[in-house]
Ligand binder design. Structure first.
Ligand SMILES: [Zn+2]
Ligand SMILES: [Zn+2]
Length: 281
């Protein structure tokens, strides 16, 4: 296997379908040398006002959206305990991560820093599944349902947020950079200049970017963004965003091929990623 670690995975208790032990067992079986569990870390005081929230209640995964840091700590302390127990018995490295929804609010920054001092993860993935409009977070699915001009505004905000999050210095790497593609948004050529500018800014800060194989035939980010990433020599890793055991390492071979095709040369090692986290956490 070309890249024998995976850091972007979800488990039961979050929106994944398998236990931590099952995920680690499968990663071991297919020849991974390390797996990181990175469940969603989503805290926003008005998260329940999001249109998406009622949908998530129906889907039964609303518990991953927290209104306070106290609430999320209560959730994650036992999950990290379970992780430690699995790690102690595992023959491969098991790492503790989060996929974090970053928000610019100073209260969020303070609460997040405190929570990290308690939870002490090994690494953090920066993500943006929500953009705020009038103080209320909107999921990418909500963007898809908005009228055209609101959509444009939300997408602009999305990219601003990705830029700010990647420059916050908090994140080991950035997840699914062009997430709105999940709902078919932001794909037309009018966004190409924004993408170019965002990549230039991320490059100036040096934050690594994942190639997320969860959206094949074209991963996140799109090929046209990957070409900018190659030109700026931004460090890259492959993520499967596995939500069950069968998705671990999915399309890693395809991603390797694409990396070659677009001319990406800068592959970041697990050790370098963890060294970076040691400094920033
Ligand atoms: Zn995600
Ligand atoms: Zn994820």
């Amino acid at each position: 296997m070309p890249q024998c670690f995976t850091l972007h995975t979800h488990t039961l208790g979050c929106d994944g379908k398998n236990t931590i032990a099952e995920m680690v067992a499968r990663a071991t079986e297919i020849g991974m040398t390390a797996i990181g569990i990175s469940n969603h870390f989503i805290v926003h005081p008005r998260i329940q006002e999001s249109n998406f929230y009622s949908y998530s209640v129906r889907g039964g995964y609303n518990h991953i959206y927290c209104s306070s840091f106290l609430e999320i700590l209560t959730r994650f302390v036992p999950i990290f305990d379970e992780l430690e127990q699995v790690a102690a018995k595992s023959s491969i490295r098991v790492l503790r991560g989060f996929e974090v929804d970053w928000f610019p609010d100073p209260n969020w920054q303070r609460g997040f820093a405190q929570a990290m001092r308690i939870l002490r993860p090994d690494y953090l993935i920066g993500a943006s599944h929500f953009v705020e409009v009038n103080g209320i977070p909107n999921n990418v699915h909500d963007i898809a349902h908005a009228d055209r001009s609101t959509q444009q505004e939300m997408l602009t905000q999305y990219w601003n947020k990705i830029c700010a999050a990647s420059q916050s210095g908090l994140f080991t790497f950035m997840a699914h950079l062009d997430l709105p593609r999940k709902v078919g948004l932001g794909t037309d050529e009018t966004w190409m200049e924004t993408e170019r500018q965002v990549i230039a800014q991320i490059a100036s800060h040096g934050t690594p970017i994942e190639i997320n194989t969860g959206l094949y035939p074209e991963p996140y980010p799109s090929r046209r963004i990957l070409e900018h990433i190659a030109a700026h020599n931004i460090p890259v890793l492959i993520s499967d965003d596995a939500h069950n055991v069968d998705q671990i390492g999915r399309h890693f071979d395809d991603a390797e091929r694409l990396i070659g095709e677009v001319g990406i040369k800068n592959r970041i090692s697990l050790q370098k990623l963890l060294d970076f986290s040691n400094k920033s956490l």
